[in-house]
Design a protein around this ligand. Structure first.
Ligand SMILES: Cc1ncc(COP(=O)(O)O)c(C=O)c1O
Length: 366
């Protein structure tokens, strides 16, 4: 495809999407198709001959859109808010256009540096403690999802404690959270090899607005210590998906600290609201946390996927997740002059996400 074709098809695609948004309210929010509907509408194997762009767009209109659930519809109220914006959308176009795989600083210095700067901006907008910003030992990183965010910090915490107590102690490591906590934590525990009986799901009830009780946490930790177990990870919530419960971060954080545990705050759903001064108090106590996560793709007008994670000690992530094969070595990394985000996440590859930058710039305009 040459530049002129890109211009032609790009304009057609933007028109198609703009028309979709203009008429989005006419669609039923929930797709009405039956399971397997698409197999009957498409050929058994890929066509041998090329098709016209217009024909592809027609197929999307008649065969794909009926099978779409319209997450961007103003009538959509399922799961959680998930609205993108024009700023996010045009940022995504740029990300797709440049198509950068920025796993190390050297693979595209601007990708890493812009991400560090923008995560610092966002951290400042949330009034996170300075320890979470990149000037010190911490910093922010974009993960795909909150599930990946909690997994990477759980792995960092697990490896940190095991370095102290010995690898054989894995069976004694205990994770705590309320029963309102997202199932992403359970999945992370499964992947991290935490023994199922050591994932302690503590009952939260209506009397505390479904917040985790510090007293219950303390009691449970004391019992576990008496049984020779090792409490090492606490996940608190700011805005659970099912009940919007907010845990008392300050009190929980102090308990975690006094027991030498990693304290993670999952604000995936509601964290975006805390850029507003009137809602910032919901994350009071975040200064006790080791890591904090919010999904920009939920409530921050940012296209999926974009989950912002901050840690106070980036070396804990790097020690747990870094590999250094010959083919990735380069002078800047070897000299420890740069951040290589490949060491802060599960995959090697990662995309350049302009969408967050455009969104923050846009939100600052309001
Ligand atoms: C509070 C909370 N934590 C975690 C998640 C998991 O999010 P993700 O799909 O980004 O993994 C969600 C998603 O609904 C959530 O609301």
């Amino acid at each position: 495809m040459d530049a002129e074709q890109l211009r032609e098809y790009g304009h057609k695609m933007v028109d198609f999407i703009a028309d979709y948004y203009k008429t989005i309210e006419n669609y039923p929010v929930l797709s009405q198709v039956e399971p397997g509907y698409l197999r009957n509408l498409l050929p058994d194997s890929a066509p041998n001959q090329p098709d016209s762009f217009q024909h592809v767009l027609d197929d999307i209109q008649t065969k794909i859109l009926p099978g779409v659930t319209h997450w961007q519809s103003p009538n959509y109220f399922a799961y959680y808010p998930s609205n993108s914006s024009v700023a996010g959308f045009v940022g995504e176009m740029l990300s797709a256009g440049l198509n950068i795989v920025g796993f190390s600083w050297i693979t595209s210095p601007a990708a890493t540096e812009l991400e560090m700067i923008v995560l610092d901006w966002l951290g400042k907008m949330l009034k996170l403690p300075e320890d979470f910003l990149s000037a010190g030992q911490g910093g922010g990183v974009i993960q795909g999802t909150a599930s990946e965010a909690v997994l990477v910090v759980l792995l960092a915490a697990r490896d940190k404690i095991l370095r102290g107590v010995g690898k054989g102690a894995l069976e004694k490591l205990v994770v705590y959270a309320s029963d309102q906590t997202h199932s992403a934590l359970q999945k992370a525990c499964q992947i991290a090899g935490i023994y199922p009986e050591n994932f302690k799901v503590l009952k939260a009830n209506a009397s505390t607005n479904y917040a985790l009780s510090p007293e219950l946490l303390s009691e449970t930790i004391s019992k576990d210590l008496a049984h020779g177990l090792i409490p090492f990870f606490l996940c608190a919530n700011v805005g659970t998906t099912s009940s919007t419960a907010v845990d008392p971060l300050l009190a929980l954080g102090k308990i975690a600290k006094s027991n030498g545990m990693w304290f993670h705050v999952d604000a995936a759903y509601a964290g975006s609201a805390c850029v507003c001064p009137e809602f910032r108090h919901y994350i009071d106590g975040v200064e006790e946390a080791d890591s904090f996560n919010m999904n920009a793709h939920k409530w921050f007008l940012t296209n999926f996927d974009c989950s912002a994670l901050w840690v106070k000690d980036r070396s804990a992530l790097v020690q747990a997740l870094s590999t250094n094969p010959e083919f990735l070595k380069n002078k800047a990394s070897q000299a420890n002059l740069v951040v290589d985000y490949k060491d802060w996440q599960i995959p090697l590859g990662r995309r350049f996400r302009f969408t967050t930058t455009c969104d923050i710039a846009d939100i600052n305009n309001y």
